[in-house]
Design a protein around this ligand. Structure first.
Ligand SMILES: Nc1ncnc2c1ncn2[C@@H]1O[C@H](COP(=O)(O)OP(=O)(O)OP(=O)(O)O)[C@@H](O)[C@H]1O
Length: 251
């Protein structure tokens, strides 16, 4: 059994003369929460775009569960089990929370075009939706239109929609962006609970969230991963302190 869900092998990405990702090797282990941190412009978004198929590498290989995904289109990468959570763009705003989750769960079961033929499986779908509502702390909001939710509730729903497909790997792209401290604390706690046992790759600027949530952290500086390790190892790494974290980590 392969213990690595996502593997970068010597991945390089350039735009014309600009070398943005440089010979990156990265292993995301099954069941771990892995964070990528680095200064502005280090290449974190580019790395995520490479994972999800928005960009193809200039050279090197990317493997999902042992299968090469580099060069595949985003929809195909998604079909193979990689779900990327964007701010709140996966939500249908004009339908309820329950209906949103039901669509996401039905999509996983392949029910969208053959609803009646699979009527017998609907009770299983409903049970999954109820379970998701509970874990997302949205049971009381089940009948609310998605566009009526608070921002952090919308983010919870969005992450829930991503989880509903039961992906092999979840990419979370700055989930705390634009949140107050209170919303950040709430969402970090929720992400910790609902991603237990899942494999997660996260980019996040809030260092307190990263260090509390991640099992391992990779530090990207000028397109190169200069260190990978547990939060304690990263905190203690002299090269990381010098290149990036400095006082933030010492704090
Ligand atoms: N399509 C593109 N064409 C040319 N240059 C690009 C392209 N996309 C990104 N870049 C450049 O790649 C570098 C890394 O950008 P990227 O957005 O990946 O960094 P980041 O670490 O996510 O930054 P931030 O933390 O500010 O979001 C930047 O200098 C950016 O200008």
């Amino acid at each position: 059994m392969n213990d690595t869900v996502l593997k970068f092998e010597n991945v390089h990405k350039s735009f014309g003369p600009a070398h943005i990702i440089r010979d990156v090797d990265l292993d995301v282990h099954r069941g771990e929460r892995h964070a990528v941190i680095g200064p502005n412009g280090a290449g974190k978004s580019t790395l995520f775009h490479l994972c999800s198929g928005q960009f193809a590498p200039s050279s090197g290989r990317i493997l999902l569960d042992g299968e090469q995904i580099s060069g595949l289109r985003p929809a195909e990468v998604n079909r193979r089990g990689l779900a990327r959570s964007f701010q709140i763009t996966n939500i249908f705003p004009g339908i309820t929370v329950h209906e949103n989750l039901r669509l996401a769960v039905m999509r996983k079961h392949g029910l969208q075009f053959s609803f009646w033929r699979f009527a017998g499986r609907l009770s299983a779908v409903n049970a999954e939706v109820e379970d998701l509502l509970d874990r997302l702390r949205l049971t009381a909001r089940a009948g609310t239109l998605a566009n009526q939710l608070s921002y952090s509730e919308q983010r919870s729903l969005e992450i829930g929609m991503t989880l509903a497909s039961d992906p092999k790997l979840i990419l979370l792209d700055e989930p705390m962006a634009g949140m107050s401290q209170e919303e950040t604390d709430y969402t970090a706690d929720l992400i910790r609970e609902i991603t237990r046992g899942r494999t997660l790759l996260i980019v996040e600027h809030d260092m307190s969230v990263v260090f509390a949530l991640a099992d391992r952290i990779s530090v990207l500086v000028y397109g190169e991963i200069i260190a990978t390790g547990t939060p304690e190892e990263i905190r203690a790494n002299a090269q990381v302190k010098e290149a990036y974290l400095g006082e933030e980590v010492a704090a």
